[in-house]
Design a protein around this ligand. Structure first.
Ligand code: ADP
Ligand code: ASP
Ligand code: MG
Length: 421
């Protein structure tokens, strides 16, 4: 069985939903993971913000205009009165549910429920459309099987057992539709897999059902060799190793959720990145194969915190790095990148929740200097990351530039080396 995921733009209009249905309705059995229609999750976050700020009027206004938009979509998507009515009833229930949050107390629990409604809306709309066309399709709710454990990590065993039950309860269906992004946490509360998390849903399901292939359908023809939003004339990379793709995603290639490659890699399931707007384009295949001795792509990431830790006692000393790492470990903060010199170490982190506690500990044996890098892409020439990165101090540039380096160590001993060349 294949698992196919369609992102926000791929289901962003009624016409796009129809195009997706044409792509998936080929008689082959499959699980289809859908994101929210593009823009919806952002609007839901806006609604939650109004409610945090105790502004129910602002929230209601935004809910009403979002509802109007969905009502127009329904009108365009279905051709029979029966399915229009049925889906409008569902939309009304959904938006009444959203309005119910404007009346009570508002915490992060309610916020999580609200931001996940976009996927509930899109999956119900597409399933109803498939059923209107007479396709043998059904909806399997992600909240019945997608779950994280006490560490916030996906609970693979639970997911595998529960999705099996969902499939057994709906035997012989051609298309199983489900929501990306949303899940429950270890306590059964509604949660999510972070922004862009529908990719992660797809690869977790792929691993859970031992899929033959995971397809991530988006608005571009695969992983490009640089970020096309900032660099001109980029081109798709046809083949990537799991580790290369994981590294690029983790270090800023937005086409993939940072951790979504892991489950596919462990289960050895190939991942294809394909373009909904150009379905015949070959895209990118991510597997255990790769072309050697070649730099594949460059990725860059904003909002990085660099911590430069120096100690004169590090010279010829041992145990310094262990002490540093133990502190980060005890605060469950992962280090993205690291470079060391004779007297210090520089690390970059994403998650700054425990930064001040970490600094307090580090300062017991070292001097620390913090640099916050909000935005690295302000190159006037528009020539992109590499051009711009060359302007930074090499050590910091080293922290920000990540070459897909899995196979290129022989040629470039480090990112630093690459920059100098
Ligand atoms: P979806 O909504 O389908 O999940 P995303 O917006 O999350 O799509 O990801 C696709 C976008 O990722 C592309 O439109 C592109 O602008 C951006 N992107 C950033 N870096 C890359 C890259 N290296 N290759 C391809 N796309 C990239
Ligand atoms: N809808 C969610 C988001 O916008 C998840 C996703 O699209 O992958 O982040
Ligand atoms: Mg995405």
């Amino acid at each position: 069985m294949k698992v196919l995921k369609f992102g926000g733009t791929s289901v962003g209009t009624p016409q796009r939903m129809k195009d997706v249905v044409k792509l998936i309705n080929d008689g082959e059995q499959k699980i289809v993971v859908l994101s929210a229609m593009s823009g919806t999750t952002n609007t839901l976050i806006e609604i939650a913000d109004y409610l945090y700020k105790k502004n129910p009027e602002g929230a209601n206004e935004t809910i009403n205009s979002l509802e109007k938009k969905y009502r127009r979509h329904i009108d365009e998507l279905y051709s029979t009165e029966e399915w229009k009515e049925k889906t409008l009833d569902f939309i009304k229930q959904e938006f009444d549910y959203l309005r119910s949050f404007t009346k009570g107390i508002f915490t992060m629990f309610e916020e999580k429920i609200i931001v996940g409604q976009g996927e509930i809306l899109s999956t119900n709309m597409v399933t109803n459309y498939l059923q209107e066309l007479g396709v043998n399709a059904t909806l399997i709710p992600a909240l019945e099987f997608m779950r994280t454990d006490k560490n916030g990590e996906p609970d693979l065993q639970y997911i595998g057992e529960k999705i099996k039950i969902q499939l057994e309860e709906n035997p012989g269906k051609e298309i199983y539709i489900t929501q990306g992004f949303i899940c429950r946490n270890a306590y059964g509360e509604v949660d999510n897999l972070q922004r862009g998390g529908s990719d992660y849903t797809a690869s977790l399901i792929g691993a859970a059902v031992n899929a033959t292939e995971i397809q991530i359908w988006t608005d571009i023809d695969g992983m490009h060799n640089n970020d096309p939003r900032f660099v001109e004339n980029t081109s798709p990379v046809s083949q990537l190793h799991f580790e290369e793709a994981a590294e690029l995603a983790y270090f800023g290639a937005k086409i993939l959720h940072p951790t979504c490659i892991q489950p596919a890699k462990f289960a050895r399931i190939p991942v294809k990145l394909l373009n909904t707007m150009d379905p015949t384009a070959p895209g990118t295949v991510i597997s255990n194969e790769t072309e050697y001795r070649k730099i594949k792509a460059v990725a860059a990431k904003d909002n990085i915190t660099a911590i430069n830790i120096t100690s004169s006692r590090m010279l010829l000393a041992y145990g310094f790095l262990r002490k540093v790492f133990e502190i980060f470990e005890s605060y469950k903060t992962s280090i993205d990148m690291i470079c060391t010199s004779e007297v210090g170490v520089s690390v970059s982190i994403d998650n700054t929740t425990n930064l001040s506690a970490i600094l307090n500990e580090l300062k017991k044996f070292a001097q620390c200097h913090i640099e916050r890098i909000e935005e690295i892409r302000h190159s006037e020439s528009g020539k992109g990351h590499v051009h711009h990165l060359r302007c930074w101090r090499p050590r910091l540039a080293e922290c920000r530039l990540r070459i897909s380096s899995h196979r290129c160590h022989e040629e470039y001993s480090s990112a630093h080396d690459f920059i100098r060349r």
